[in-house]
Ligand binder design. Structure first.
Ligand code: KG4
Ligand code: ZN
Length: 339
């Protein structure tokens, strides 16, 4: 039987219906991006109010698209954290209401876990989906709030081997976008600008960290800032595309190098890429190249990379299979590490 899921950790109100842990019957995402763009980032108070407005229509639309009623679902999964408290409470409380009204069990899901499980998803209409990821696997999670390498030895089991010591990869993309005069959300626009740029135009050093599988992006971000300032001082035009391409290439290089190193060290052949930044074309390409080095690479489809509820349903399905249930007085967890 299907699972209904809700996601509202940041600025997307989303609901999905999933069957068998992988086959997606419906995935509806109401984005608030345009509203927050005028503030140059997510405005938490505005985000929670928008979730309140969108949540019921989004759930109704997902059920209609899946052609089922609430009585047909097996369980209701919702994001408990991490994320903005005021945003999380809207989705989690809506899920509690649906669970209470329908008598179906509630399952609380970690948003980061959801991102990883996006790699399991495929549209229900697809006849021959690719094989699901196998364990052990090395997962690189790159989003707006998190960047980490996790070793998964089985379902719902995570060992964090390294993480960013400062900015998350997506955060660095967004901040560099701002320096280059590109509007919010910057990540996709940096990628777009980089398409016509030369990745070797600026030489940015690959960030160094003491921890072998940790990341650091604030030095790189500052290097871009100084490059922009030097050009401005000299009265020269800012080569936005070249700067974007050089920055992006350095980030991709750092992400790939550490993930491969961690996989080799642990004798792991399966690699998984997830989180909003996994929508980045050159990063996806670079990961796919690793297949030539004997790795099996899993990357979620583009539609499931940035925040959505389908991924919450996938993780929720495995938690449901494991017999997990959340109490109806369960609270949100704005800070909630995976491991
Ligand atoms: O996973 P996500 O949707 O939300 C969080 O959980 O944080 O990730 C959003 C982040 C933002 O920083 C956004 O700029 C970045 O992912 N992002 C990208 C791309 N698409 C989204 N970064 C680089 N290239 C992209 N194509
Ligand atoms: Zn996310």
């Amino acid at each position: 039987m299907p699972i209904l899921s809700i996601e509202s950790s940041c600025d997307e109100t989303a609901c999905a219906v999933l069957e068998n842990g992988r086959a997606l019957l419906a995935s509806v995402v109401a984005s608030q991006m345009d509203i927050h763009a005028r503030y140059g980032g997510v405005f938490p108070e505005v985000a929670s109010r928008q979730h309140v407005l969108s949540i019921v229509p989004v759930v109704e639309q997902a059920l209609a698209e899946a052609k089922i009623s609430l009585q047909d679902v097996d369980a209701i999964a919702a994001t408990r954290g991490p994320g903005l408290a005021g945003s999380l409470v809207v989705g989690l409380n809506a899920a509690k209401g649906l669970a209470l009204g329908s008598g179906k069990p509630l399952i609380g899901v970690n948003h980061l876990e959801g991102h990883l499980y996006a790699a399991w998803l495929h549209p229900a209409s697809e006849q021959n989906p690719p094989p699901p990821p196998q364990f052990p696997l090395m997962a690189l999670l790159v989003s707006g709030g998190h960047t980490e390498i996790d070793l998964m030895t089985g379902h719902l089991t995570y060992q964090r081997l390294g993480a960013t010591l400062d900015d998350a990869a997506g955060e660095a993309f967004d901040k560099v976008a701002r320096m280059l005069g590109l509007p919010y959300p910057g990540g996709p626009l940096v990628e777009k600008a980089a398409e016509s740029g030369d990745p070797r135009a600026f030489v940015f050093k690959r960030p160094k960290t003491d921890g072998r599988w940790d990341f650091s992006f604030s030095g790189l971000k500052t290097a871009v800032l100084y490059a922009v300032r030097d050009l401005e001082k000299a009265g020269k035009p800012i080569p936005v595309s070249d700067l974007a391409a050089s920055f992006q290439a350095t980030v991709v290089d750092a992400l790939i190098a550490k993930t491969v190193d961690a996989a080799r060290e642990h004798g792991v052949k399966e690699i998984l890429l997830a989180g909003g930044v996994s929508a980045n074309g050159p990063l996806r390409q670079a990961f796919l190249q690793l297949q030539n080095d004997g790795f099996t690479v899993h990357i979620p489809r583009l539609a499931y990379c940035t925040d959505n509820a389908a991924m919450i349903a996938a993780a929720g399905w495995f938690r449901h299979q494991a017999g997990e249930r959340a109490a109806l007085d369960v609270d949100v967890l704005p800070t909630w590490p995976l491991s």
